[in-house]
Design a protein around this ligand. Sequence first.
Ligand code: GAR
Length: 203
Amino acid sequence: MNRRLAALISGRGSNLQAIIDAVTTRRLDATVAVVLSNRSAAPGLQRAREAGIETIYLSPREYPDRDAYDRAIAGALQAREVGLVCLAGFMRLIGRPLLDAFPNRILNVHPSLLPAFPGLEAQRQALEHGVRVSGATVHLVNAELDAGPIILQAAVLVLPDDSVETLSARILEEEHRIYPEAIRLVLEGGWVVEGRRFVRRAR
Ligand code: GAR
């Protein structure tokens, strides 16, 4: 599989950093070819520059609608011969043009044990619901929000005195651990999507 990665970010970029670190230390045999953001001030863009990675800022306001914006993203990534797209805190729904350009080649990390607590502020949702266990999920992206086939998950205990900040910090550690690992599994190949399941074939 083409091992040129794109990371799409909107903010801090700590998951991007985890991917960069995994590549640098050779835990992940891949290249981060480009980092793209919908926000010019995303701190993650600076992380990318420091790692010598090309950055692209595409302002959604310069496109008439979401499809046009997603087509622009797809075009930019295809021009750079990207094989796998990693959403890393990219806070936009992914539309048809981008999904069709990278079928089963877009990954996302989410701070809950999906299908629990999709959408924004998953850690706050978990606390308010009173669950005892939450965690992190890496999944393939489809047209529904935070709903594609699950590649890896990690559980995190919710402690009685947790705040959104303390729970988020422990979940984030797991995100950083499982995201590069999920990318490695996808690049390795030997898997299929059956229904809504990501199934690894025996090797
Ligand atoms: C991460 O916690 C990620 O799971 C979450 O945004 C944060 C980005 O942090 N993504 C979602 O909630 C997607 N639905 P980062 O910019 O430091 O990687």
